[in-house]
Ligand binder design. Structure first.
Ligand code: SF4
Length: 282
């Protein structure tokens, strides 16, 4: 049965009082008093916001749960895994709240890559800008983002963007607890460890190999796109640069050795990706 917000918050490391449309958090311990008070209304102070940037990951899920009057907003790149849409639908069912879905005027990220023959990468991160940030900021420029207190990320410098988790001292264990209490902890497949998009260039080789194992039809489409965007005169451009290989070669490697050996080889630290952005699933 769905637990009340008060019940969930009672078990957090710090006591939290949830009063109607407001959320207050008081740190326990000597000298620590009221940290911040958030109110959700259209009127008045710029720090009042009602939208939460909802990436579909555990942090933004917890933030949306902590702020029961907020409206979660998800920007859909059109290249998301089905599990992502499943989590959003489950969130709506469990909470009875609607998640607003936004899309870029450019359509799907995969179609955009085909059309422009240009894949996003570490040096050309247009995917987040065109398919996540721009549609979101066209919708609203005042919103809350789920950066935790135990993360070393700055976020947006705009004073219209607020970071309730960080400001309330909520870390990873709290986030897991909040999501678990609602049976809303997203437990995505290993190939979603870096980015909700099927093509995310942050993915490690091991994650691409896992896609070949579990969702080969998705990798077929990505291989087709990677082959189709190559400029015959230049160097081969990798969709998954952390792997240092084309998708075709990654798959060949998979077929030459036992999956265990390939996964072990692929877990080398040089293959590790980096964290995704604040609008992407993490
Ligand atoms: S998940 Fe990856 S590919 Fe998708 S928008 Fe974010 S950085 Fe880009």
């Amino acid at each position: 049965m769905l637990r009340s917000m008060r019940e969930v918050l009672r078990n957090l490391r710090w006591p939290v009082l949830c009063l109607g449309g407001t959320l207050q958090l008081v740190r326990a311990g000597p000298g620590k008093d009221l940290v911040r008070r958030f109110e959700f209304t259209d009127k008045g102070d710029i720090r009042m916001t009602k939208y939460v940037a909802f990436s579909g990951g555990k942090d933004s899920t917890a933030l949306a749960l902590l702020l029961p009057d907020s409206i979660p907003v998800f920007t859909d790149t059109g290249a998301e895994f089905p599990e992502m849409y499943g989590h959003i639908e489950k969130f709506e069912k469990v909470t009875g709240r609607e998640v607003i879905r936004l899309k870029s005027k450019e359509g799907s990220l995969l179609d955009y890559m085909r059309r422009t023959k240009f894949m996003p990468g570490h040096a050309a991160r247009y995917c987040t800008r065109i398919f996540k940030i721009e549609p979101f900021e066209k919708f609203t420029d005042t919103y809350a983002v789920a950066i935790r207190a135990d993360e070393n990320r700055k976020g947006n410098t705009s004073d219209k963007v607020i970071y309730p988790l960080r400001e309330m001292g909520i870390g990873l264990m709290d986030v897991i607890q909040i999501c678990t209490e609602y049976d809303l902890l997203p437990r995505y497949p290993v190939y979603m460890a870096r980015g909700g998009c099927v093509n995310c260039y942050y993915k490690r080789k091991s994650e691409v190999l896992a896609m070949d194992d579990f969702v080969p039809e998705v990798l077929d489409e990505l291989q087709d796109i990677e082959d189709g965007v190559q400029d015959k005169r230049g160097r081969f451009a990798f969709m998954f640069p952390n792997s240092g290989m084309s998708i075709r070669d990654i798959r060949k490697q998979m077929s030459l050795f036992s999956p265990e050996d390939v996964y072990r080889e692929a877990s080398d630290k040089s293959d590790y990706g980096q964290a995704c952005g604040m609008f992407c699933n993490r």
